[in-house]
Design a protein around this ligand. Sequence first.
Ligand code: PEP
Ligand code: MN
Length: 336
Amino acid sequence: MIIQLQQGIPAKLLEDILQEVKGIGFKASEVKTQEAHYIVGIGKKDFDIRTLGQLPGVADIHRVSDEYKLISRKWRVNPTLIDLGDGVVIGEGNFSIMAGPCSIESERQIELVVEHLKANNVKIMRGGVFKPRSSPYAFRGMGLEGLRMFSQLCSENGIKIITEVMQVSQIEDMVDFVDVFQVGARNSQNFNLLDSLGEAQKPVLLKRGISGTIEELLQAAEYIFSNGNEKIMLCERGIRSYENSYRNVLDLNAVPVLKAKTHLPVIVDPSHGIGLRDHVEPMSLAAVMAGADGVIYETHQKPEEAFSDGQQTVNFQESECLIKRMRQAYKLRESF
Ligand code: PEP
Ligand code: MN
């Protein structure tokens, strides 16, 4: 059950409600987010919702049978919209394009990508400065110095940035320079990181684990929400299977399924999903038609020279064509 409390509820009323919830045999957890104040009740017993609903201080009450609660669409029917400022809003009713290199490599590279994005009216640039790499000898990112440069060049040009945070200790150093924190597939169930991002004052894009189920992704998002941050988007980026003709299996089934289960925006990453540059476009278009609220993909001025993931990175010409076609596809979807 979820009880939304009235703003600024007096401590005495809160205590009375908590006692009532416990009284019907439910475990009660208080959740205070940047937007609102809730009690999440966990229990199986049947009860008359009106008994609790009429208590002073209760703004709203819902039964939610899912294991995850606050991110469930059973409770909040209206989709979550994430406002990054300057008219950049992510969520249903908008189609968000986030593009950029796998890794931030140099000032010149950022300038070229920014120019490409501006020419195509793309408002969000991706790029990793802390890179999770399978090999410890591979390029692991430019770190904070790269982030500062990335942030400055983008903010000067009205572009928002999304970049991966790998551990709790980085959040504080990064928070002023990012618009969206990305949690990578390898950290999808790093619960300490999720808890801490719940306390951060910036939106989070949470990727699905390499072999993570949809339920696990939703529960991971619940960690962030229940620690205070409601600005979460989910990202399907492909899951591992026995198939080795491509990097991962981009699970587009996840898009309508997630959209039905949660009010959070759903973003698709076709670059990591298929891992093959030539096939990023059809999978991006398929993601649009599947109902995604946005696509995040990798682009670079010279993909063959990229420090990481060049094999799945499209060049600017391909990127331009992709952007146009995704927008056309989105229009078509909206006309249905
Ligand atoms: C990335 O976005 O560059 C990345 C490392 O993604 P993932 O965590 O999905 O592998
Ligand atoms: Mn990458």
